[in-house]
Design a protein around this ligand. Structure first.
Ligand code: PLP
Length: 470
């Protein structure tokens, strides 16, 4: 299974790796990437839960392209659909129609109607941040042009100018000035690092109460108490924080938050770009929390990382053609047939399979393994998760002080590809996230086997042994 690359590994370049690195240094913008490690690896093949390099080394991937490849690399069913589309109608301008676009929009909207009890429509774009930008237009328009938003501390919504204005890190805005209004960032119930002595539920209630306090008098700066009008159009939420470190809020949190929003006519926009498509064991992670969004944004795993496609669902009142007419947003590739055909097959596959049960079972098994590991390694301060969105917070031996340096070493060692398990040599691909960049954010393939989960746990154990001495 994990000892040899698949025969279809990409042909190696006539240029050697050293020359490719030199060309990258000279000709590639570094502005469009994230260099976590000094010499990022060149990969040449992938399959299932594994990536392969030119030397034939295998790497178990526990982040799956930031949760874009939920259904495994080179998924045969999805790749076959992409191939079929390539052979029939791979290109069509978006002013014309193709059936896959219409069927995919209908599948998502009908599912949302069944779950949220509201009719709505689906609007496509290409990348996640672009869909977030589209949602900003939608809520600004629906609120009569209000440009202020609430969002969470630790929230991440992308790096276009619009999306980075509602993303909490100033780092993404610092060099570029403001092209729009920056969101007001509200505390998220990140319980592990919350106030001592509060249960998870109490901390959620505390955060909502702190937010509700903003509306108590006009002097708190968000409400005209004479008219009952809030200055804010919408609240942007990731139900489980993604880049923020796979932080799972308490069950009652969004119900309580939504009550405040409804009181003041503030829309709820749910960003499912990272947690959607069964990452947490449901199509949308917000389904765990018993609230209905006004707008829901999606991307990434919709096409399993094949042709990019993103989009949003919004309830009819916000998006019908009377209020959001043709041309409100547009991108040449926005409902490209390669993407919509794969997206439609993803929706079919999800409807046919028992993903809810399987992801819950695999997630529980993986989480139990992580808890076991935590017993042996005090450096694992916290483990938690929902479905197959799992976290392990790497700390000093006190189990509390964030230890980014240790996790960086682990990520780097994993990429060497020389860990030994059961007589096999392989590597481990980890993603690093969290407020202190000390959280392993696990997003394995939803098709990962128990055997592969066991392997992951052994590899983590070995990485901790190798790196915790330094
Ligand atoms: C929650 C969330 N929103 C938005 C984005 C931006 O999506 P993209 O990188 O496709 O622009 C991401 C990407 O990681 C994300 O995790």
């Amino acid at each position: 299974m994990y000892d040899s690359p698949p025969p279809s590994a990409a042909p190696s370049s006539p240029l050697g790796e050293a020359e490719l690195r030199r060309l990258e240094t000279e000709y590639c913008s570094f502005g469009d990437t994230v260099h976590y490690l000094p010499d990022p690896k060149f990969f040449t093949g992938c399959e299932g839960s594994f990536m392969y390099d030119a030397d034939g080394r295998s790497f178990l991937d526990l982040q799956m392209w930031y949760s874009a490849v939920n259904f495994g690399y080179r998924n045969p069913r999805l790749n076959a659909v992409a191939q079929r589309q390539l052979d029939t109608l791979p290109q069509v301008a978006s002013q014309y129609l193709h059936r896959e676009k219409v069927e995919l929009a209908a599948a998502i909207a009908q599912d949302a109607q069944a779950k949220f009890g509201r009719k709505g429509r689906v609007h496509f774009n290409v990348g996640g941040a672009q869909a977030v930008d589209d949602s900003l237009k939608l809520v600004r328009n629906a609120s009569g042009g209000k440009s202020l938003m609430f969002a969470f501390e630790g929230g991440y919504h992308g790096r276009t100018l619009g999306a980075s204005a509602i993303t909490s890190s100033y780092r993404y805005r610092r060099r570029y000035g403001h092209f729009g209004d920056r969101a007001q960032f509200i505390e998220f119930p990140y319980h592990f690092r919350g106030p001592k002595g509060m249960s998870k539920e109490e901390y959620g209630e505390h955060c909502v109460a702190k937010f509700a306090r903003l509306f108590e008098t006009e002097y708190n700066g968000v409400l005209d108490t004479k008219t009952g009008q809030a200055e804010y159009a919408a609240f942007y939420v990731e139900p489980i924080q993604g880049t923020g470190g796979y932080v799972v809020p308490p069950k009652n949190f969004f119900v309580e938050l939504k009550k405040v929003l409804d009181r003041y006519g503030i829309l709820l926009v749910v960003d499912e770009i990272q947690m959607g498509f069964f990452r947490t064991g449901k199509l949308w992670s917000i389904e765990h929390f018993g609230v209905q969004p006004d707008v829901l944004v999606f991307g990434k795993a919709l096409t399993n990382g094949l042709n990019p496609l993103s989009g949003l669902w919004a309830r009819e009142e916000l998006i019908n053609p009377e209020v959001f007419p043709p041309g409100s947003t547009h991108s040449t590739f926005n409902s490209n047939p390669m993407g919509t055909s794969v997206g439609l097959e993803v929706m079919r596959m999800l409807a046919e399979g028992d993903y809810e049960r399987q992801v819950a079972e695999k997630g529980a098994y993986f989480l139990e393994g992580l808890r076991d590991l935590q017993k042996r390694w005090p450096q694992i301060g916290d483990v938690d998760g929902l479905g197959l969105a799992l976290r392990a917070e790497i700390c000093e031996a006190d189990g509390w002080t964030p230890n980014k340096a240790l996790l960086d070493r682990m990520a780097e060692e994993g990429m060497k590809g020389d860990l030994e398990v059961d007589g096999k040599t392989l590597g481990l691909i980890l993603d690093v996230g969290g407020y202190y960049k000390n959280v392993i954010t696990f997003a394995p393939s939803l098709h990962i086997s128990r055997e592969e989960i066991d392997l992951a746990l052994k590899l983590l154990d070995q990485l901790l042994r190798r790196c915790s001495q330094g």
